[in-house]
Design a protein around this ligand. Structure first.
Ligand SMILES: Cc1cc2nc3c(=O)[nH]c(=O)nc-3n(C[C@H](O)[C@H](O)[C@H](O)COP(=O)(O)OP(=O)(O)OC[C@H]3O[C@@H](n4cnc5c(N)ncnc54)[C@H](O)[C@@H]3O)c2cc1C
Length: 1007
């Protein structure tokens, strides 16, 4: 392999040649330095990040705005906080717009459309033809991509596939006379060239079940590829975000080995050099090519989703998959370019870049391995680098332009990506054309630029996030200690899928065992047994448990009371360490625990994993919070006096837990009580007894002292009620239904003669959660957010969405897409990785939900109901959507706890808010909107415990989204929040006068 330093001089020479040609080209100012609307927008976006954010957001929402008033209002809302000359200029236009909105709106729309037309070749094949012809006339080639809205249903995926097939026919027809012979035509890929995104060919891509997704994608991709082969055309698979990378490469391999295509070399895929594993991927694909002795094309790009990947990884506490220094990406690009060029026999290289250094490197290195310009090509994006394209053609290189075609709505997302790329601080185009960086600097070897970041902070983004949160923003954030959430399992990784599959297999061999009560560390067996069954297969017994007797309750409370003496005196630090040992046990058993949830409560893989991860988080978070409380709090700095607040445990607690988050909530309430020094009796829900038994044994493994936590199985009416009324119970932590919650609240309020403490009730109940869909919302996102919120875990989350409120006429556009998205959900056995909808918890739940569905059918309009596959015998209820529901109806007021969604219409935001707040509950709520004003209003007027904007309303993360509501949703506590532990304690203040004969210790205010 040649040494890069040896060819640096040649690279620079070629680079300078290219720059000379660019500088002579009149098109070199086409992206930067123009004095029109686009030029000013770019200039000010580069100068003012706030303006850039606001303007790009406005550009994104513009196509959905229908009336001139809406355009004027949105722009003025977005520009409210920005103070650039452009915004002053636009504010002027808006003042006119307030009197004659059609005039202003028309001008604004025209300018932004003109901007879109810089980067989008046409709205369809026909309208793009003129641009394609122009590119061809200049001596370049093209690849065409159809911009599509996110596909949410099978029909949309079918349509997308059909559009590609007809585009192939169209191009084949209309470009026949263009297909001229060029100087290096012998190696030239086919003239007609399409670029396709696999996400557009499948309504629901399942990371846990790639085989099914691959089959669905291939069913739509293969006909396109076969037609391409018939017409002698080229098909390239674009690369999207990291979550789809493995799948895309697998799809490619399947496609390339399909009967009828195995010998067809004109298929290609993309490698993104910003990915840390991209070199390895390239090696793997080349190895595969050697094994199958087949050829393909590789388009080498740096990658278009850099910000997205970083944000997603940070949110999930996953390792960041991309390099975080530009020099690393550039260096890796050159490394992969060498690898591909050295394997030219198998791979036709397409270097997709606008960076002259990168281009010069590829061309120079190609020459050193004996490859001429006909053996590879350069690719650019339409409208991005016309002068570079021309320079390369001039120098005899083959160039292809990537030409997106499509409508305005999907076009805007693409436009925003291009605007971001052009204004990116580190981008080559900005450096060359925007800030006039020197040629020498632009042609520097990226490997010589020292990566300045600390490798550790790259790999652990959560730490830098915590650091950032400390620096504060508009809202002050507490100097939060470094709590790091448990990363959810990444089922795109095959080894992770295997672990889960193995856990399911091994748990299935353990079904049907017996479990017993635990009192003072000893097993307590009773005569009566209770069965826990698999709701997906009611004849399958998950386990059988001993039902606690009244004596067991009395003994358990006595044991907890005895243990309280020592446990309450155990140091806070020791208690934290016990909780951390428990956390380690939970982590070790994460897949096994998730598998139990699959069998015992019917959770899908992802839902089960999320519950286990949350339990792990509760341990880490509450241990951290306890250390904070343990340090005590100096109430005020006063000379001569020290007042310190500290926190005592309340006593003996009853933890009465639900089945819907069978581990997380059970663990969260227990750990909160224990870490603060209380002892407990745990009464799990009957339906999830086995998971509770597993939790208890993990606590014992972690070194639980005798009697500190006791476990009693039984039903709420007997065991639960006995615990609540017991005079020795000081604290009740309950999560469950409104009815039971209120009963507990009332029972706990009765004070017995020999009772020592007033009972504290930490009570979290249900919700009748609403989400408002505004007229300007991003429906691609909203539809998926609604589906996840309403039907995730069959709607059996207290946070689940059950009232969807559509504003104005958004209903008409939303509903058909929502129905399609619901129809794309797979109803099945939860142990199958591709299942979206499993069973509801038991027969009683099934019957109750069914009675609401019957009511809905009588009183409202059934807009959609899924079908349950005939082979399923469990407690399955299909996703069901009702429309024409009014706010006073039972369907809109009562908690259903199942996959039933009611759609209510509101004429405007005022009435939407009225409907949203018209509920006895106040747990979660949501809004999808792109109006800053509407977002601000909903933020202050939609009164719920957890309000989510432009995202689903379920999936609260410990520490990030302290969870809990008010009204009939709960007593105002926030699980996973910084004040939660206080509910398990008695605060106490000790004040000492430190003044002695007029002398006070200096700085004497230590805690
Ligand atoms: C024809 C064509 C097809 C394309 N197809 C795809 C595709 O299928 N999938 C896809 O993802 N992209 C695709 N792209 C987009 C491409 O990823 C971007 O246009 C490209 O990354 C810009 O790189 P550059 O070499 O032109 O510019 P440069 O300015 O040299 O590089 C910019 C790139 O560097 C990377 N980068 C920026 N800052 C950092 C940082 N701090 N740390 C690490 N890396 C950083 C990013 O990838 C950024 O896009 C395609 C581009 C072209 C031209």
């Amino acid at each position: 392999m040649s040494n890069v330093t040896n060819i640096q001089a040649e690279i620079e020479q070629l680079g300078r040649q290219i720059f000379d040609l660019i500088d002579k080209d009149s098109a070199s100012r086409s992206l930067f330095g123009k004095r029109d609307f686009y030029g000013r927008l770019m200039e000010w976006s580069m100068r003012d990040p706030l303006f850039k954010t606001q303007m790009f957001r406005f550009v994104d929402v513009l196509p959905t705005l229908r009336s001139p008033d809406e355009v004027v209002e949105h722009l003025s809302e977005y520009l409210n906080d920005t103070h650039t000359p452009v915004s002053t200029f636009l504010q002027g236009a808006l003042r006119v717009g307030r009197f004659i909105p059609p005039v202003s709106a028309a001008i604004i729309r025209k300018n932004i459309l003109a901007m879109a037309n810089i980067f989008i070749a046409g709205s369809d094949g026909d309208s793009a033809l003129r641009n394609l012809h122009k590119i061809w006339k200049e001596g370049a080639r093209f690849t065409v991509d159809i911009l599509g809205e996110a596909v949410v249903g099978e029909r949309e995926a079918d349509e997308y596939s059909a559009r590609y097939r007809s585009l192939l026919d169209f191009l084949s027809n209309r470009t026949q006379t263009w297909q001229a012979i060029t100087s290096h035509a012998c190696n030239e890929p086919p003239f007609i060239n399409l670029s396709i995104k696999i996400s557009a060919l499948c309504a629901r891509i399942h990371s846990a079940d790639p085989e099914t997704s691959i089959a669905a994608i291939l069913s739509r991709l293969k006909p396109i590829a076969i037609r391409a082969k018939e017409l002698g055309a080229f098909i390239n698979l674009d690369m999207e975000h990291y979550g789809l990378k493995e799948l895309t490469l697998e799809v490619f391999k399947h496609l390339a080995t399909e009967a009828g295509l195995a010998d067809y070399p004109h298929l290609g895929f993309v490698i993104q050099a910003y990915l840390r594993d991209s070199y390895e991927d390239t090696e793997k694909m080349l190895r595969w090519a050697r094994q199958c002795d087949r050829q393909f094309a590789i388009r080498l790009v740096k990658g278009a989703y850099w910000d997205f990947e970083k944000v997603m990884a940070a949110q999930r506490t996953w390792e960041v998959p991309v390099y975080t220094s530009k020099a690393q990406t550039d260096t890796n690009y050159e490394r992969i370019a060498r690898l591909i060029l050295e394997n030219r026999k198998y791979a036709y290289p397409a270097f997709a870049t606008h960076n002259v250094r990168t281009i010069s490197f590829a061309a120079t290195y190609a020459r050193t391995v004996g490859l001429g310009p006909g053996n590879y090509e350069f690719q650019m994006l339409f409208g991005m680098a016309t002068s570079i394209r021309r320079a390369l053609i001039n120098l005899g290189y083959r160039v292809r332009e990537y030409c997106p075609i499509g409508e305005l709505v999907p076009g805007m997302a693409y436009l925003v990506r291009r605007l971001l790329e052009n204004t990116s601080n580190e981008g080559f185009l900005r450096a060359k054309f925007g800030t006039n960086t020197s040629v020498q600097e632009l042609l520097r070897d990226p490997a010589s630029q020292r990566a300045q970041e600390d490798e550790h902070s790259i790999r652990h983004p959560e730490r830098s996030a915590a650091d950032k949160s400390r620096s504060g923003g508009a809202v002050s954030s507490d100097p939060a200690p470094l709590f790091v959430n448990q990363p959810p399992a990444d089922f795109t990784v095959s080894s992770v899928r295997e672990k889960m599959a193995q856990a399911i297999q091994s748990v299935s061999a353990k079904l049907g065992l017996k479990y017993v009560n635990v009192i003072a560390g000893r097993s307590r067996i009773s005569d009566q047994q209770m069965l826990s069954i698999n709701p997906a297969r009611p004849d399958q017994i998950v386990g059988s448990v001993s039902k606690a007797t009244t004596k067991d309750v009395v003994d358990a409370v006595a044991a907890a009371r005895r243990s309280f003496i020592d446990w309450s005196k155990t140091s806070g630090e020791d208690r934290c360490q016990f909780i951390e040992r428990l956390r380690a046990r939970l982590k070790e058993s994460r897949y096994e625990l998730a598998a139990w949830e699959v069998f015992e409560v019917g959770k899908t893989w992802a839902e089960a994993d999320a519950d286990v991860s949350e339990a792990i988080d509760f341990c880490a978070f509450y241990a951290q919070e306890m250390r904070r409380l343990n340090a005590g709090r100096l109430t005020q700095k006063t000379a001569g006096e020290v007042s310190v607040e500290s926190f005592l445990p309340r006593g003996v607690g009853a933890v009465i837990a639900p089945w819907n988050f069978p581990l997380a909530i059970l663990c969260g309430m227990t750990v909160a009580a224990l870490v603060t020094g209380n002892t407990v009796i745990i009464k799990p829900a009957e339906q999830s007894s086995v998971i509770a038994a597993r939790f208890m044994s993990l606590m014992q493994e972690a070194g639980l002292p005798e009697g500190v936590a006791n476990l009693l199985f039984g039903d709420g009416e007997t065991v639960g009620a006995l615990l609540v009324v017991h005079p020795e119970i000081d604290l009740i932590a309950f999560t469950g239904s409104r009815q039971v919650g209120i009963e507990i609240w009332e029972m706990a309020g009765v004070t017995h003669a020999n009772q020592k403490n007033l009972k504290k009730v930490v009570c979290e109940m249900g919700g009748k959660n609403a989400m408002i869909i505004d007229t300007d919302s991003d429906l691609d996102e909203a539809v998926l957010g609604i589906i996840q919120s309403a039907f995730g875990f069959q709607g059996q989350k207290c946070s689940a969405l059950s009232r969807l409120i559509t504003v104005g006429d958004v209903h008409e556009q939303l509903l058909p897409r929502l129905i399609e998205a619901a129809a794309a959900l797979t109803i099945g056995l939860p142990e199958n990785p591709g299942t979206d909808i499993g069973p509801v918890i038991d027969r009683a739940a099934l019957e109750k939900i069914q009675s609401y569905i019957d009511l809905g059918k009588r009183e409202h309009t059934l807009a959609y109901q899924g079908e349950i596959p005939s082979e399923l015998r469990g407690f399955f209820i299909p996703p069901t959507i009702f429309t024409e529901v009014d706010t006073a109806s039972r369907l809109a007021q009562e908690e259903i706890f199942g996959p039933v969604l009611s759609v209510l219409r509101a004429k405007d935001l005022d009435s939407a808010l009225k409907i949203a707040n018209d509920s006895p509950f106040a747990l979660t709520g949501g809004l999808y909107s792109r109006s800053p004003k509407h977002i601000a209003r909903v933020r202050s007027e939609f009164l719920v415990g957890n309000l989510y904007i432009n995202r689903p309303v379920t999936g609260a993360i410990v520490g990030r989204h302290p969870f809990g509501g008010f009204k009939m949703s709960g007593s105002g506590t926030k699980a996973g929040g910084r004040d939660y532990l206080l509910h398990f304690t008695f605060p106490r203040v000790v004040t000492e006068n430190t003044l002695r004969r007029g002398f006070a210790p200096e700085g004497g205010s230590q805690v």
